[in-house]
Ligand binder design. Structure first.
Ligand code: BEZ
Ligand code: FE
Length: 307
C-alpha cells in the first residue's frame, strides 16, 4: 500500500472569512438549483457531484488557465472518441474510476471470483468453440492450455455456464485493432456437465493501452506507463448467477511489479502459466511440433445474482 499524500489540509492557503462565505454561498446556490429534480437518485447524484466538484476547485485553488486546460483536454477526449475508439473509457480506466465502480458494485461475496475491468476490446459475436478447441483463430503467440471449473459458492458445479474469452496476440494487438476485419484471439464456449471447461489460447503478454491520444499524453506528462500486465479476459454468465467480468494474470510477469496502467490486478487473479518444453505431451494429444507451450488453471466461483 502506498503512502501518497491524499489530503491537502496542510497546504490550504488561508482565505478570508469573507472569501470563504462567497465560495460557500455559490455551493449552496448550485445545490438549491437541483432541489426540484423529480428523480430522487438524479437529485442526489447532482448535488453530491456539486459538493465534490466545488470542493476540488476550492481545495486545489484551481486557476482559470488550469480549468481551460482541463476543458480543452476533455474536448480532445471527445474528438478522438468514435464507435471504435472510446477515450472516455480509457480516461476512466487510467484514473482508477472504472475499478472503483467495479469495487462498489461487486462487493466480495464468500469465495466468489473477483471481478476486474472490462476494457474496450470485447465484441458481441465471437465464434463458439467446443471444449478443448482453440480460440486463437490464427492469432500468433505461444499456445496456452487453459482449464478449470465453474462452480457456485457452495462448491456445486455449474454446467452450461457461458464463458467468453478474449486476448491480444504476441504483438500486444487485439483483432479489432487491425484494419482487415479479422476475428481472432476470442471465442465463447460452455462448461460441460461437470462444470468443467478447457481450451487452447495464447500465453498472455503485456501490451500498452492505446496511448496516441490525450490519455496517452496525460500518462506521459505524469511519468506513467501505458502498459497493462499480461492477462486473458473472461466474461462468465449462468442463470441466477452474478455475471463475472474478470481476467487472469500471469504469475512472474514483470509488469505486475511495475504496475498495471488501469489498476486491474488482484492477487487472487494471478495464475501460473506453467511453461512446457517443446515436445512435452499435450493434454489432448495435439502435436505442437517444436513449439513450447504453457498451461494454466482457473477455477471460477460465481456469486448468486442477488449478492
Ligand atoms: C483491456 O484489457 O483490454 C483494456 C482495459 C482497459 C483499457 C484498455 C484496454
Ligand atoms: Fe485486455
Amino acid at each position: 500500500m502506498g503512502n501518497a499524500q491524499v489530503t491537502n489540509e496542510g497546504n490550504r492557503p488561508q482565505i478570508s472569512e469573507q472569501q470563504k462565505a462567497v465560495e460557500e454561498d455559490l455551493v449552496q446556490r448550485v445545490l438549491e438549483s437541483f432541489e426540484s429534480t423529480e428523480d430522487p437518485r438524479l437529485k442526489f447524484l447532482m448535488q453530491r457531484l456539486t459538493v465534490h466538484l466545488h470542493d476540488f476547485i476550492r481545495d486545489v485553488r484551481l486557476t482559470e488557465e488550469e480549468w481551460d486546460f482541463a476543458i480543452n483536454f476533455l474536448t480532445q477526449v471527445g474528438h478522438i472518441t468514435d464507435d471504435k475508439r472510446q477515450e472516455f473509457v480509457l480516461l476512466s480506466d487510467t484514473l482508477g474510476a472504472s475499478m472503483q465502480t467495479i469495487a462498489v458494485n461487486n462487493e466480495a461475496y464468500a469465495n466468489a471470483t473477483e471481478a476486474t475491468v472490462f476494457g474496450p476490446f470485447h465484441v458481441e459475436d465471437a465464434p463458439k468453440i467446443e471444449n478443448g478447441e482453440d480460440i486463437s483463430f490464427g492469432a500468433e503467440g505461444q499456445p496456452a492450455w487453459v482449464e478449470g471449473t465453474v462452480k457456485d459458492t457452495d462448491g456445486n458445479p455449474i454446467p452450461n455456464a457461458r464463458l467468453e474469452v478474449w486476448e491480444c496476440d504476441e504483438d500486444g494487438m487485439y483483432d479489432v485493432q487491425y484494419t482487415d476485419g479479422r476475428m481472432s484471439g476470442r471465442a465463447h464456449l460452455f462448461s460441460d456437465e461437470n462444470g468443467e471447461f478447457r481450451f487452447w489460447g495464447l500465453t498472455p503478454v503485456p501490451y500498452p493501452i492505446p496511448y496516441d491520444g490525450p490519455v496517452g499524453k496525460m500518462l506521459a506528462a505524469v511519468g506513467r506507463s501505458p502498459v497493462r500486465a499480461a492477462h486473458l479476459h473472461f466474461m462468465v454468465t449462468a442463470p441466477e448467477k452474478r455475471t463475472l467480468v474478470t481476467h487472469i494474470f500471469v504469475e512472474g510477469d514483470p509488469q505486475l511489479e511495475i504496475g498495471d496502467s488501469v489498476f486491474g490486478v488482484k492477487d487472487s487473479l494471478i495464475k501460473r502459466f506453467d511453461e512446457q518444453p517443446a515436445g512435452t505431451a499435450t493434454p489432448d494429444g495435439r502435436d505442437l511440433g517444436d513449439k513450447t507451450w504453457s498451461r494454466a488453471r482457473f477455477d471460477i466461483v460465481l456469486a448468486p445474482e442477488e449478492a
